[in-house]
Design a protein around this ligand. Structure first.
Ligand SMILES: [Zn+2]
Length: 436
């Protein structure tokens, strides 16, 4: 049940200042204009700062804006727009930044944004920067967040957010919004930044686009902004590096791994079964036309697949489970059963034959050298034409696929930031399983 919330329009003086600041913001980062004009202003007198919610509503304390002046207000609007454009709400959810972790996420996100904005000459009031978190410049939000969650990470000084101090120290000279008794000393930038939802936020989802953006509208704005960033960059304009990286990632088409796996396996199965090989056990039907010449018949190759499983990849991984389920279905449809499976740990390879991969019972090994497992699969008779390798990717690879086989490396990517190396040799193809 979605309640309708009528938004109060801004009064004339607030509307004028907001319009001036937004225009200035759009001039400073023109590729952000679509986002700045998609944000829905909501006045919150006495709030002390600006914040955004996940529906692109921006909560404004216009008295504070008057104190900041147009230039700083424009910079804060750009900052809030970055939270929305970079999808911080969703990204926070993905790294598990909930509850008390909201604050660390908000700091990480602020540092990643402000790093770019300060470089661009924006006049932010008291910005949190990467060095305040003990982090290097030019990093991703997720990297800063992980650093802040790491108990061994050294944070050199207590970072402060614009206007509202993070500290709940009652002696804090600027602590106008927070003291030791304040249950919420750190308002943060709101749910739209991936921070905690603030008391000033409207609970209801927007009833129509004039009152806020839903996920579909928000994605459309993000894509428009990403295109504008790409065009500005291509035209030689200055685009902050973090934002350019974000736009490139958004515009690079992401093909889901299931689609890639399906097309890779089917292609190999088709290639195998399309070919024929000589069969001396049956006569050539055209032999009658060439009396005295013995010719072999032809038989179609059976699809022949072997699977190598790296036991260092934990079977409890939802991504590995998903890959096994998908591969099982593909082999079953391709008429490949039973399947020889080479289970490979650091020392040896063991072959089992199963009707379903999900029947396998694996105990996790430690390190793995998949070269042993691939060689064992290539020694099977009949020779498998396709060897599918399920692995976390942290293994040495052979220089090339074994003769007359192709190897499909299915890499179960468990880490967001460390990309396991893919095999580079002839006869290898790789599919990365990056979602469950
Ligand atoms: Zn922020």
């Amino acid at each position: 049940m979605v309640a309708t919330t009528r938004l109060e329009p801004l009064n004339a003086a607030d509307a004028e200042l907001f319009a001036a600041a937004r225009l200035r913001a759009a001039r400073s980062q023109p590729y952000l204009a679509t986002a700045l004009f998609a944000m829905v202003p909501v006045v919150r007198p006495g709030f002390g700062t600006f914040a955004v919610d996940r529906y692109w509503r921006v909560y404004l304390d216009m008295d504070q804006a008057r104190e900041w002046g147009v230039a700083a207000t424009a910079a804060v609007l750009v900052h809030e727009a970055h939270h929305l454009v970079r999808g911080h709400h969703e990204r926070a959810r993905r790294v598990g930044a909930t509850g008390e972790r909201h604050r660390d996420w908000n700091l990480a996100a602020d540092a990643a944004i402000n790093d770019d904005l300060v470089d661009d000459g924006l006049d932010l009031p008291d910005p949190v920067l990467p060095h305040h978190l003990g982090c290097r410049r030019g990093g991703f939000e997720e990297v800063y967040y992980r650093a802040l969650r790491d108990p061994h990470h050294h944070r050199p000084e207590r970072p402060r957010r614009p206007v509202v101090d993070l500290s709940d120290d009652p002696d804090d000279p600027d602590g106008d919004d927070c003291d030791a008794d304040d249950p919420e000393p750190d308002p943060g930038c709101g749910s739209g930044s991936g921070g905690a939802a603030l008391p000033v936020e409207i609970d209801d989802e927007p009833a129509d686009p004039t009152e806020g953006l839903d996920d579909v509208d928000a994605d459309a704005v993000r894509r428009a902004v990403a295109h504008d960033i790409a065009s500005a960059h291509a035209a030689g304009g200055t685009v902050p590096p973090g934002l350019h990286r974000w736009a490139t990632a958004l515009l690079t088409p992401q093909v889901p791994w299931r689609t890639l796996l399906r097309s890779a396996v089917r292609r190999d199965l088709r290639a195998t079964t399309r070919h024929t090989e000589p069969d001396w056990s049956r006569p050539d039907r055209r032999a009658a036309s060439t009396p005295g010449v013995l010719r072999p018949g032809q038989r179609r190759l059976r699809s022949s697949v072997a699977v190598v499983i790296d036991t260092s990849a934990s079977m409890s991984s939802p991504r590995l489970d998903a890959a096994v389920t998908e591969l099982d279905a593909l082999l079953h449809h391709g008429g490949v059963a039973p399947v020889p499976v080479v289970v490979c740990d650091e020392l040896a390879a063991r072959t089992q034959t199963v009707r379903r991969l999900s029947e396998l019972c694996l105990s996790g090994g430690r390190g793995t050298d998949l070269r042993v497992g691939i060689a064992a699969a290539a020694a099977l008779r009949p020779l498998p034409r396709l060897i599918v390798v399920l692995t976390d990717g942290w293994t040495p690879w052979p220089d090339t696929a074994p003769p007359r086989t192709s190897v499909l490396a299915v890499i179960i990517d468990e880490s967001e930031h460390r990309v396991a190396p893919a095999p580079g040799g002839d006869g290898f193809r790789t599919v990365r399983v990056d979602t469950p």
